[in-house]
Design a protein around this ligand. Structure first.
Ligand code: KG4
Ligand code: ZN
Length: 341
């Protein structure tokens, strides 16, 4: 059984061809980073228009690389939640059209569940039950994951996502987009203890939420003071950029690692599966590995190529298809996260 998966939730246009044995026959990702770079963040309308231009060529390329024809497909899957409304719609319309034209079932994928499922693909072993942790540009979310179809929301950011904070701090420091890799590079020679940036909720045990907007503001005050500031003309010494980047990165990593450990303690689970773009961060990977090893937790972090948005993780659709979770043409996009899901 061969499934075509589509991913257009944000700014990557992606398609993959996957067997029911989770063998990846092809995976194509067309990044839009170059289009959004000068805005230092994703511009929704530009993202949606770029998906329109790129999705069919990306699907063609995936099928060509997999050497699979459209009529060999058993189903068409698409991420329909959460994400940018316009971006989601492009993928959904394409998937519905293929499903109708080919008379093949339509399967819905939750993008965040798929990020966790990337660990299943990468590890080749069953990952359930586990704590699922998505750290991306749009989400910082913890789930109790009982099975591929049972995800219970445990907590998430009350304002910005961790990746959004990376992107905006990079912008303030005059670093390129996307901010995560740029901050990591800039932090290389910096002192992570140079600035005592806040670690919101780090000692808060009554819930599993995150907050990063105050941290962003603290960085702004540290580099530009409290008055109005034209960041484009801000002159920062290279050493100062390195120290701010290193101190900021450490503050985010402390929050992420601390809250993940709390989720493990509260659920009593001993397996943690992490995905999303920020999970590509080297410091985060190292410190999370050390912290989970110290409490005998089995850690799975998707490899960097499966952390950022891709269609391979849409292989969770195979599980849904097996469970008979097929959608009608009434299927809609759900840009916001509806809880509980
Ligand atoms: O999962 P993703 O590709 O898209 C969303 O669904 O958001 O994540 C993109 C986010 C961006 O904010 C980017 O700055 C961040 O992931 N990111 C990183 C790293 N690589 C990408 N953040 C920190 N360190 C990295 N190495
Ligand atoms: Zn994502």
């Amino acid at each position: 059984m061969i499934v075509l998966t589509l991913e257009t939730t944000c700014d990557e246009t992606a398609a993959a061809v996957i067997t029911d044995q989770l063998q990846v026959l092809a995976s194509v990702v067309a990044s839009q980073d170059a289009l959004h770079e000068r805005f230092r963040g994703v511009v929704p309308e530009i993202a949606a228009r770029a998906h329109v231009q790129r999705l069919l060529p990306v699907v063609d390329e995936a099928l060509r690389r997999a050497q699979v024809s459209l009529d060999e497909l058993a189903a068409v899957a698409v991420a329909n939640t959460p994400g940018l409304a316009g971006s989601l719609l492009v993928g959904l319309v394409a998937a519905k059209t293929l499903s109708v034209a080919l008379r093949k079932p339509l399967v819905a994928v939750n993008h965040l569940h798929a990020h966790v499922y990337a660990c299943r693909l990468a590890s080749g072993v069953d990952i359930f039950p586990c704590v699922g942790f998505i750290v991306s540009g749009g989400h910082t979310t913890l789930y109790r994951c009982e099975s591929p179809s049972r995800f219970e929301w445990l907590g998430g950011t009350i304002d910005d996502a961790a990746g959004e904070a990376f992107d905006k701090v990079a912008s303030m420091l005059g670093l390129p987009y996307p901010g995560g890799p740029a901050i990591t590079r800039a932090a290389a020679g910096g002192n992570a203890a140079a600035f005592a940036f806040p670690r919101p909720f780090l000692r808060e045990e009554s819930h599993l939420n995150f907050s990063f907007s105050g941290l962003k503001t603290a960085v702004r005050y540290a580099i530009a003071g409290r008055g109005p500031c034209d960041f484009a003309s801000l002159q920062l010494a290279p050493g100062q950029v390195a120290d701010v980047a290193a101190s900021f990165q450490q503050a985010v990593v402390d929050c992420l690692v601390g809250r993940a450990l709390l989720a493990l303690r509260r659920t009593g689970l001993s397996r943690l599966c992490v995905g999303g773009g920020v999970a590509a961060n080297r410091l985060f990977r190292q410190q999370l590995a050390a912290a989970t090893a110290a409490v005998n937790v089995e850690l799975h972090i998707a490899p960097p190529a499966l952390c950022t948005d891709n269609a391979v993780m849409g292989a969770i659709a195979v599980e849904r298809l097996r469970a008979g979770a097929v959608e009608s043409l009434e299927l809609d996009v759900l840009p916001g996260l509806v809880r509980p899901i």
